[in-house]
Design a protein around this ligand. Structure first.
Ligand code: CP3
Length: 346
């Protein structure tokens, strides 16, 4: 049987041209799928992330339904924090909520290293998935230090990240200590997933676009760099993604990414020019396009595929996650459409 390493997805991640344009979707598992809503009935989000059988089932659902080129392990960026004992919950319709926002040295010191025993149900799920997926690669993931710090410091989702920046500017020593702790934990979480069989990893710095390039370089990049460097020896492609990061793409690449995720605000050919020679990109159809007519969705998808030709490698994706009320049939048609496109040559 073919091995994930020979898949179209891994081939594109390595900067080569596979026989078709690989496609998967951020948040492909989740509320847009009726079969997801059914198995999640009565099970809180975090409980489902620590339930091996549920993680396997939910991860497989979009692979079965859409025939996407990669699975992304069902979990959440706050799971490793929960696993080391941070009192937090994921509230439906809101997101992660932290009981005691982290703003003091004593609180940072409670963020201990993550060890294999903390996430046994999760690594068991990764192992089972790798067997069940066969030739289809599994993507492991973690939240990047800035995005996780934002949830920890704010205590929940934030529009402007003002308390996060208050700590960043007001107490840089404590800030770097906090991001250093998170980088360690995120790196360990990724390592455990790859050791359990994941074929690639994605570091989600979803909210990094809130930062100026100068602040990104001073306060954040060294920590994301530490996470990506900590898994470099494992030899799997490392994808680095954030939203609204048009001005940060070059830095996100040089932080140690093999593949740069691009949101929909930057035209993909522009992003590729900014990144320079040898860049491999992932993206970047606007997720709300899927609420438009099929011919518009496909015309825009064709533009993304054509733009991707200028990169050394291109993985088709949305520019951010699938919205919960997206019609799954629209995603199924999109996968078929992308797969039917000839692989463009540069
Ligand atoms: O992509 C996938 O299919 C894998 C699963 C996945 C989830 N969260 C499941 C989830 C991944 C990769 C994440 C990462 C994540 N979590 C990020 C980074 C990616 C991004 O979207 O930018 C962030 C910022 C979070 C934090 C978080 N967790 C948010 C903002 C929410 C949504 C809150 C809501 O209810 O609208 C969550 C909860 C969450 N994570 C859900 C899922 C399927 C919804 C919970 C539910 O189904 O009850």
């Amino acid at each position: 049987m073919a091995h994930p390493a020979e898949s179209a997805f891994i081939t594109a991640c390595r900067g080569d041209r596979p026989d078709h344009v690989p496609v998967w979707f951020m948040r492909q598992a989740g509320r847009s799928l009726p079969e997801y809503r059914k198995v999640r009935e009565g099970v809180p989000m975090l409980a489902s992330c620590f339930d091996t059988d549920l993680v396997v089932e939910i991860t497989m659902q979009p692979v079965r339904r859409y025939g996407v080129d990669a699975a992304i392990f069902f979990s959440d960026i706050v799971v490793p924090l929960k696993a080391i004992g941070v009192d937090l919950d994921i509230v439906a319709g809101t997101g992660p909520v932290v009981a005691e926002p982290v703003r003091s040295r004593a609180q940072v010191d409670t963020l201990r290293d993550l060890v294999a025993d903390d996430v046994l149900p999760i690594t068991a799920a990764v192992e089972a998935l790798v067997t069940e997926l066969g030739p289809t690669p599994l993507i492991g993931f973690a939240g990047a230090p800035f995005t996780l710090a934002s949830y920890l410091v704010e205590g929940g989702p934030s529009r402007d990240h003002r308390r996060t920046k208050q700590l960043m500017y007001g107490d840089p020593d404590l800030w770097h200590a906090l991001l250093g702790r998170i980088a360690q934990i995120a790196g360990q979480f990724l390592r455990l997933q790859v050791q359990a069989g994941a074929s690639a990893i994605q570091l989600f710095d979803s909210w990094a676009g809130a930062l100026s390039p100068a602040d990104y370089r001073t306060y954040v990049k060294p920590h994301s760099e530490a996470v990506l460097a900590s898994v470099a020896d494992l030899g799997v492609p490392r994808i680095h993604f954030g939203v609204g990061t048009g001005e940060l793409l070059v830095d996100m690449r040089s932080a140690g990414a093999d593949v740069v995720g691009v949101d929909w605000r930057v035209p993909l050919d522009d992003a590729i020019r900014r990144l320079g020679p040898g860049a491999v990109v992932q993206g970047n159809l606007d997720p709300t396009t899927l609420f438009g007519p099929t011919d518009v969705v496909h015309a825009k998808a064709a533009e993304v595929v054509a733009a991707g030709a200028a990169a050394a490698g291109h993985v088709f994706n949305l520019g951010h996650g699938v919205l919960p009320d997206t019609d799954p049939d629209a995603l199924a048609r999109l996968v078929d459409f992308v797969h039917a496109q000839p692989v463009p040559s540069a």
